[in-house]
Design a protein around this ligand. Sequence first.
Ligand SMILES: [Zn+2]
Length: 309
Amino acid sequence: MLRVVVLGAAAGGGVPQWNCGCPVCRKARSEHPELQSTQASIAVSGDGEHWFLINASPDLRQQLTATPQLHPKPGQLRHSPIAGVILTNSEVDAVAGLLSMREGSPFTLYAHDRVLAILRSNSIFNVLNDKNVVRQPIEVDKAFEPALPDGSPSGIEVLPFEVPGKGAWYLEGKAHPSGTEGVGDTLGLRILDKASGKYFYFLAACARVTDDLKSRLEGAALVFFDGTVWRDDELIVAGLGTKTGQGMGHIAMSGKDGAIESLAGLDIARKVFLHINNSNPVLLNGSHERRHAEQAGWLIPADGTEIVL
Ligand SMILES: [Zn+2]
C-alpha cells in the first residue's frame, strides 16, 4: 500500500507570497485563510512508518510540524520517520528545505548528478554532513529502490525520467556547476509499490505534454501534475511579472495545449494539480477556472491531503 501526503501544493513563494498583493494572496491573508498553502512537496511511504520526501521546500519545517506521520516516534529523544529525500530539480522551492534537515539525523539524498553538482557548488549545503547524509546519484530511465535506514529495501521503486522543462532560474545564462550539458534538470518520477504493483506519477514541473509522456501516464492510478499557471501569460496580464509560464518551464492548465486538455483523453484514475502559483485563479473556490478544472476531473489539494493507493 502506498500512502502519499501532500505537504504543500503551492508554487515558489507559496500562498500568500511575502511580497504579493494579488487577489488570492490578499484573500489568503484576511477572510480566507484556507487559501494559505506551502510550497510544493509530497511525502510517500510503502509501510506507513518510513517516509520519503519528494523535494524539500523552503516551508519544510512548517510542513513537518503540521504532519503527524512525520513526527519523531514517541519516547525517542532523536528520531525522524524520514528515510530519504528525492529531488526532481534544483529550484529554490525544491531544495531550500534541506537546510532545515541539518540537525544530524541520517537520511539519504537521491538526486541527479546535475542537481548534486549544484548542491556541491553551494557550500551552505555542507551543513548536511556526509557522515549522516549520503548523496546518492540517480539516473534518467534507471529505476531504483530507496533503502530504509537499516539498509533493507523500502518496497518502493522510483523511476526518474526526463520531462520537458528548464534548468534553475538562478543559473540562467551561467555555466552549469556540473560542467556539462545534458538531461537531468527536470525529472518526472514514477513511484511504484512493489507489493501491489500500483504506481503514481509526480510531475511538479513540466513544460509540455508530449506523446511519449501521454503513453507513460496512460493507466496510472494517480498523477500529480504541474499546475503553476492557469494561462501562459497570467503573470504578465496581472502585472505581477514579465515571464510567461513557458518562459519558466511550466505548462498552463488551460488552452488547447494546456494540461487539462492534453491529459483529457487518458485513463488516469486521479489527477491532482500541484505547484500552483498564487496568481492562479483556480485556487479561488467558485471561480469558473476552478469549476472547469474540477469538471475535468482535477483535484486542487489542500496541504495535508492524504491519498492511499
Ligand atoms: Zn499573490
